[in-house]
Design a protein around this ligand. Structure first.
Ligand SMILES: [Fe+2]
Ligand SMILES: [Fe+2]
Length: 467
């Protein structure tokens, strides 16, 4: 068991105190992180006490501590999952060799790129969500938002730890860059598309945490397989936190759908009761799902083949789910626009990951649709061809069922499938004011079945404006 240094300036379980140079470098980065948090973190409530969980170890039996904390005083720490004894590289050209504890020279640039790309999404999502506090549907939801935000901050710390520890000077430069790019800023945008899209209402927030954080889960699962052991251990622990982010999204959407279903069963038009109609929900779903599909990259990808061959990024649960860990033979059946055909397996790795993701999204939808039983309506995942900005379907036009259209036809019908200005205005009008009374909920969302960490639903999750 690695010991936990909880009372250091930077809480950690990586023996930071034994490496003074590294410790100093990270302690120098810390005030820059805090300055970024103050500037780009949650827009309000920074001085209020929030009931948050903080990672204090990586013990499966109890790694989190719950208490009130002001966000700028949150104890962001560096925690890696325990090492697996005698761990071996599980796939690719070096299959079966011992995992690397240092970065192999020939993979240095590729690994750094992978870590920076993952790392960049963490602060990006905090920036995207920074104004949501002003329109929260309840204290419970407000607290969940901030929980996600502080943990994305911790994920940034996790990636910065790897950059500082294993990549020398260019790692430190990349770590600074992570605090300099800004979501949605055309001059210095975040690296990936979906992380530059605004999240300015709670419907988008719950869709994002359902679909985009779920992309995060699959990227982390793939990186948890990495032959570079520190990356694998970092991602394994991040996955425990990521599960909560998806819970926030999925259960938030379930509660919205629940409210909508109540209206439909009562024969009331949801909008007339201050709830969200299904058509609007479906359009937001179409938008965030398609943006998230893009994050997996091209269907046929030499980069993906290289990551796999090099043992850097694998398939989720490689050991349990696959027998052939070399993936040099055979093909992977996929929709390649004109037909379904097999693609050389290594080149299909993005699609392998995307398929696992799509299946998981489908399950989430199944749970939402259970709420709609008896209303005759349901939500559906659009075809993966729909509204794509990356890969072989980008630049072509499809309806949500996957039928190809002309660009003109798509433009004419766009507002049936994606949020229109009028839809956005309606959503904004519903969420014009925050609900800050303990135990109260906005008209468009049902209360959760239970509170956080055994607390009641009407608990003061955020001590708003208290001294
Ligand atoms: Fe994250
Ligand atoms: Fe997340």
């Amino acid at each position: 068991m690695s010991s936990v240094e909880l009372h250091e300036k930077i809480p950690n379980n990586v023996h930071l105190s034994s490496d003074q140079r590294l410790k100093r470098a990270l302690e120098e980065w810390q005030p820059h992180f805090l300055a970024w948090w103050r500037e780009m973190g949650p827009d309000r409530f920074q001085e209020d006490a929030i009931y948050l969980r903080t990672a204090v170890s990586v013990d499966a039996s109890g790694w989190a501590h719950f208490d009130y904390v002001r966000m700028p005083e949150y104890r962001w720490g560096i925690f890696l999952a325990e090492p697996v004894p005698d761990r071996r590289i599980g796939f690719g050209n070096d299959f079966g060799k011992p995992v690397w504890q240092e970065v192999p020279g020939e993979h240095r640039n590729t690994l750094r790129r992978l870590i920076v790309t993952q790392g960049d999404t963490e602060p990006a999502s905090v920036e995207q969500q920074r104004r949501l506090g002003a329109t929260c549907p309840s204290l419970y939801d407000l607290r969940n938002l901030f929980q996600v935000n502080v943990e994305e901050g911790r994920h940034l710390w996790a990636m910065v730890y790897l950059l500082h520890t294993y990549f020398g000077r260019d790692g430190r430069e990349e770590a600074r860059g992570l605090l300099e790019r800004r979501s949605g800023n055309p001059d210095k945008p975040r690296i990936l598309g979906a992380f530059n899209e605004p999240i300015d209402d709670w419907l988008s927030f719950f869709m994002f945490t359902t679909f985009t954080d779920r992309d995060g889960k699959y990227q982390l699962l793939a990186l948890a397989e990495s032959g570079f052991d520190p990356l694998s251990r970092t991602c394994r622990f991040m996955l425990t936190e990521e599960a909560h982010h998806m819970f926030v999204g999925e259960s938030g959407m379930s509660r919205i759908v629940e409210r909508t279903a109540e209206c439909l069963r009562a024969g009331t038009e949801p909008r007339s009761a201050g709830a969200l109609d299904l058509a609007t929900i479906q359009k937001y779903l179409n938008s965030w799902y398609s943006l998230s599909l893009d994050l997996f990259g091209s269907e046929v990808s030499t980069n993906a083949a290289q990551f796999f061959g090099a043992g850097l990024k694998g398939r989720p649960r490689e050991e349990e789910r696959y027998e052939d860990h070399l993936a040099l033979e055979g093909g992977y059946e996929m929709d390649v626009y004109e037909a379904r055909k097999p693609i050389a397996l290594r080149s299909a790795m993005n699609e392998v990951l995307r398929d696992a993701y799509v299946e998981d999204c489908q399950k989430a939808l199944g749970r939402w649709n259970k709420r709609l039983v008896g209303t005759g309506a349901e939500l559906v995942l659009p075809s993966r061809r729909f509204h794509r900005g990356q890969g072989m379907f980008a630049g072509h036009f499809f309806d949500p069922a996957g039928h190809e259209l002309t660009e003109e036809e798509f433009a004419r019908r766009r507002d049936q499938w994606l949020p229109s200005e009028a839809d956005r205005a309606y959503v904004r009008s519903l969420m014009a004011h925050p609900v800050l009374e303990p135990g109260h909920f906005a008209s468009w969302i049902a209360p959760p079945p239970r509170g956080v960490n055994g607390q009641p639903i009407d608990f003061r999750y955020v001590r708003y404006n208290e001294q």
